[in-house]
Write a protein that binds this ligand. Sequence first.
Ligand SMILES: NC(=O)c1ccc[n+]([C@@H]2O[C@H](COP(=O)([O-])OP(=O)(O)OC[C@H]3O[C@@H](n4cnc5c(N)ncnc54)[C@H](OP(=O)(O)O)[C@@H]3O)[C@@H](O)[C@H]2O)c1
Length: 331
Amino acid sequence: METYQQLAITRFGEPAVLAMQTQTLPALTDAQMLADEQVLADDQVLVKVAYAGVNPIDAKTRAGLGWAAAQNKDNLPWVPGYDIAGEVVACGQAVRRWSVGDRVSGFIGFPLQGGGYSEYVVVPAEQLSSVPASTPLRQAAALPLAGQTAWQALEKAAVNAGDQVLVLAGAGGVGHLAIQLAVARGAKVFASCSAGNADFVRQLGATALDYRQGPLDTQLKDADVLIDLMGGDVGIAALSCVKAGGRVVTVPTITAEQVCEQVRQCGLQAEGMLVTPSVTQNDTMMAMLAAGTLRLHVDAVYPLADGAAAHQAIESGHTRGKIVLAVGSDA
Ligand SMILES: NC(=O)c1ccc[n+]([C@@H]2O[C@H](COP(=O)([O-])OP(=O)(O)OC[C@H]3O[C@@H](n4cnc5c(N)ncnc54)[C@H](OP(=O)(O)O)[C@@H]3O)[C@@H](O)[C@H]2O)c1
């Protein structure tokens, strides 16, 4: 037997409920033995995780909030983490796409299983994307969930060339990617952020709107599209920036109904959303990263054992770009 480490939610509560736990595998790289012991099915691969992305949903679930927490309340300790990047170390017998040593990333186990905060994880082969040699694995781990959320929010809002698009929380994980993807569609993008992030969002192609300088509708009144990454009262207050007939996609699920109701009362089109994992979208954005047409900002890297500090940071609501956990790599 060989052992490896994971970071698990031991019970719902403060970040301190995260604790390291040890797991065993019959043999970390022997595909036949892993299959014999029913660890690895024919269509699965074992990935040695280098980095795991940290998302707000991880902290919300740890706090006992939302659907993943409700579904897993009798299943603790539970290992969170939907974003991984690392190296294939064993392949099931039917896997043709991957070989041992391939660099991969993926949006895995969403929303019930998670599992990314772990030195090793078993993943269905079709959930993975190839990571180009030029792309650092920490960026590959930070991209999937946030990138696909940004992509799908813009799709839902049918953002087209010439649209004026307001992105709330433009400096965050989803927001900084949404700005760039909207600019790539030919939109004129505005992004709300604090003064300290104004240069950051400008460099990504947006006009910065400082939300601490008074109401946003004194700075913008005729947006065609609102991509609301804040929800609640902040999302509702921003509706007055949208012109008649405009489109609103509100992304935080917990306040989606509340915001959508207000949107309809304003005579605008409203939609909430839940991101759906898409390997095709991940492949495309991975290629954009490699080509330099998409930038991903990793603000901080925490060792896996310091996951509680990473959760405190994401819960501050003021991280810039993404934060990741170094799992099998140096922080
Ligand atoms: N429905 C889904 O499928 C789905 C998928 C992904 C994410 N989400 C949700 O979408 C939201 C955004 O996710 P994320 O990963 O981008 O979050 P995040 O990275 O934690 O967002 C942090 C950013 O929020 C900004 N911010 C804080 N208060 C603000 C305000 N009043 N106005 C404007 N910006 C403000 C901060 O910028 P400053 O420091 O400049 O204030 C910071 O850069 C979260 O609620 C998340 O749970 C939902």
